[in-house]
Design a protein around this ligand. Structure first.
Ligand code: KIV
Length: 268
């Protein structure tokens, strides 16, 4: 194979080296159309199981399947040449170290993702070690874990109590020693997030965890105003996406109704 055909992507080592030097950016992506637009701009593209909510319309992430994650990751990889692509491991795909290894192996064999993301802390350190030993780069995910929404009865901000700080610090250390190259810290009070970020040598990518971490991740349809069901406090709308699409669609409908589309130059 010629070298030109090979993807020249950001590596996990490059992500690691950004700690204390440069903030890391990550956005979710679920298809080739948008990953092509985001590629090379953000450092990492996350094929998050949030696609089950924002694109499939479910009320939580739990019913996302490994097959669906693989399908969407293949699409995202088709659009991405430079940004590092991470595939989220869906609920139920990591219930034992062996099952997690088999699931991650499928992701690596059937897609061109460079890493997987797993929700969980100290309790899954053996799983992470096994994946890393087998050549799979892992992104951790602690703090608010959306896959526990049914167990916890909602999305609860973490770090308000002293004992939560202790357990988050233990999780962060466990992930670091198990070999993740970075981890997502979701829904954690800003001051606690800062302490966690300072307690490890690897980058901490925050979502709803304040600014004193090493980078940020947002669900793209939240950030660009396409998801209208609700807007969490931590989301900033960089675009009024749904409004703009509605306006464009109305202009199209008007042109068709008036006979102004297509014009002669748009006809054969
Ligand atoms: O599924 C997802 O998009 C995520 C992000 C919210 C970090 O896990």
């Amino acid at each position: 194979m010629s070298m030109q055909a090979q993807k020249k992507s950001i590596t996990t080592t490059e992500i690691l080296r950004k700690k204390n030097k440069e903030k890391i950016t990550m956005l979710t992506a679920y298809d080739a159309l948008f990953s092509k637009i985001f590629d090379g701009e953000v450092d990492m593209l996350l094929v998050g199981d949030s696609l089950n909510m924002s694109f499939f319309g479910e009320s939580d992430t739990l019913s996302a399947t490994l097959e669906q994650m693989i399908y969407h990751t293949r699409a995202v990889c088709n659009g991405a040449k430079t940004s590092l692509v991470v595939c989220d491991m869906p609920f139920g795909s990591t219930i034992s170290p062996q099952i997690a290894l088999e699931s991650a192996m499928r992701i690596f064999k059937e897609t061109k993702a460079q890493a997987v993301k797993i929700e969980g802390g100290a309790e899954i350190k053996d799983t992470i070690k096994l994946l890393v030993q087998n050549g799979i780069a892992v992104v951790g995910h602690i703090g608010l874990k959306p896959q526990l929404v049914r167990l916890e009865g909602g999305y609860k901000v973490k770090g308000k109590q002293e004992r939560e700080l202790e357990s988050l610090l233990q999780d962060a250390k466990a992930l670091e020693s198990a070999g993740v190259f970075c981890f997502v810290l979701e829904g954690v009070c800003a001051e606690v997030a800062k302490q966690i970020s300072q307690s490890v040598q690897i980058p901490v990518i925050g979502i709803g965890s304040g600014a004193s971490v090493d980078g940020q991740v947002l669900v793209w349809s939240d950030a660009f105003g396409f998801f209208e069901e609700f807007k969490p406090k931590f989301v900033r709308h960089y675009l009024q996406g749904a409004k703009m699409v509605r306006e464009a669609m109305q202009a199209y409908i008007k042109d068709v109704k008036n006979g102004e589309f297509p014009s002669a130059s748009e006809s054969y």
